[in-house]
Ligand binder design. Structure first.
Ligand code: M7G
Length: 183
């Protein structure tokens, strides 16, 4: 027998093939709903630090696609952790594992259902990890999730992370979208 998680999750992989549209480069790898299947998956795929630049992993609640357009994401936003280049070798894999464990362990209390999933972007200019939530305007929920997430990642008190609405990110392709909230 195995240990059933409170909810089912899906892992997605994005590989940047320039000839194809963004959406076509995104594929669901697998779904799981037990602790054992999570670790079997984790032990059989590359760590984020071993992926090529331009790739992403996304872990989302089963039924939510890891894109702005999904009905669960379109009014939402993300807590964004931007990593300095040198941190790929030091912190990236641990931060992504801790992010996934926060998700599947439902670590956000009453606001848990507002958490849609998380994404790790491997980028030459600096890797990113982001936690996506459902409603960018739900201040109490967004702030609670942000505080818990920052604590769970063990980020320094001095460090800050910002929250951006997807609607702002989607309309600013180059410069960074403004922060709606900061913790
Ligand atoms: P990114 O991969 O999130 O970050 O976005 P990066 O700039 O560090 O590589 C790169 C580009 O991918 C965006 O400018 C969009 O063209 C496309 N893209 C990213 N996301 C998350 C989405 C999405 O959810 N929907 C759509 N349609 N395009 C997206």
């Amino acid at each position: 027998w195995s240990h059933t998680l409170p909810n089912s999750w899906a892992l997605w992989f994005f590989k940047n093939e320039r000839s194809r549209a963004w959406r076509e480069n995104l594929q669901m790898v697998t779904r799981f709903d037990t602790v054992e299947d999570f670790w079997a998956l984790y032990n059989n795929i590359k760590l984020p630090s071993k992926l090529s630049p331009g790739c992403d992993y996304a872990l989302f609640r089963d039924g939510i696609e890891p894109m702005w357009e999904d009905s669960s994401n379109k009014r939402g936003g993300r807590w964004l952790v931007s990593l300095a280049k040198q941190l790929r070798h030091l912190d990236l894999d641990r931060l992504w594992l801790d992010t996934m464990l926060c998700l599947i362990g439902e670590g956000f209390g009453d606001y848990g259902p507002d958490v849609c999933g998380a994404v790790v972007n491997i980028r030459t200019k600096g890797d990113k990890i982001a936690l996506w939530t459902r409603e960018a305007d739900s201040q109490a929920s967004v702030m609670h999730i942000g505080r818990v997430y920052k604590e769970r990642l063990g980020l320094s008190m001095k460090a800050t992370i910002g929250y951006q609405a997807h609607a702002d990110t989607a309309t600013k392709s180059n410069s960074l979208a403004r922060n709606k909230f900061v913790v």
